[in-house]
Unconditional design. Structure first.
Length: 230
């Protein structure tokens, strides 16, 4: 499999931003993210980082729960433009165009770190996780949300449907990578979207969901959550 290319991904995600997919992705992944951070508490001392931040919706969730400051990093300039526009005038938010493996921050900066549907686009996921560990403060909490993973066979068709290359990583493999990066208490679980599953009559095939069985299998498997502490 060809390794993901960041420049190609940036161009593709720019097109997604222009097409409004940042907002549809936020809607589609919100339920999984909320479950991933359900046990997290926030205070003004907390500093949040979201890698692959899109339009900044995860950081708005963190600030809404009480985080004092946040940074969003995304490879797509157009995604960052949307994020900056949504947070204009609010100094609790900062956004930077950049690589998941090069976070523009000092060591031990962030207390809450998230990444939603982004890690499998990164050329070297282990390098990225090592970088997230570098910028994680002691006892920082990490949550990674992924729908495309080995155990969720219904999503494997996405690899051919996507216009960019992607890794296919397994749950145990991801946990081991997180541990290798220096995080502790690493574990995985799956969570389901509470929204109703479409009936076969309501379902419309697409390049991502060529059959109803695949769509239903994805919904029943749910999203993978990998959590850990620094």
């Amino acid at each position: 499999m060809t390794l993901p290319d960041e420049q190609k991904a940036a161009l593709e995600f720019d097109q997604w931003a222009l097409a409004g997919r940042a907002e549809s992705m936020a809607e589609g992944h919100r339920a999984a993210l909320v479950q991933a951070i359900a046990n997290w508490s926030f205070s003004q001392e907390d500093r949040g980082l979201d890698v692959g931040c899109g339009n900044g919706w995860v950081l708005r969730e963190m600030v809404g729960r009480g985080a004092g400051s946040t940074l969003g990093v995304d490879i797509s300039p157009k995604m960052i433009e949307r994020a900056q526009k949504a947070a204009a005038g609010d100094d609790r938010f900062a956004f930077k165009v950049g690589s998941a493996a090069e976070i523009p921050a000092d060591n031990a900066t962030f207390t809450r770190i998230t990444s939603v549907e982004a890690l499998y686009y990164v050329p070297d996921p282990q390098q990225a996780l090592n970088e997230w560990a570098r910028v994680a403060a002691p006892k920082a909490q990490l949550a990674i949300v992924i729908d495309l993973f080995k155990e969720n066979t219904a999503t494997h068709s996405w690899i051919e449907a996507l216009s960019v290359d992607a890794h296919l990583l397994g749950a145990d493999e991801l946990v081991e990578m997180v541990r290798k990066a220096g995080f502790a208490e690493a574990a995985w679980r799956t969570v389901q979207d509470p929204r109703p599953i479409k009936t076969e009559a309501e379902f419309e095939p697409s390049r991502y969901w060529p059959s109803y069985a695949m769509y239903r299998g994805y919904r029943e498997m749910g999203s993978l959550i990998v959590s850990a502490t620094r």
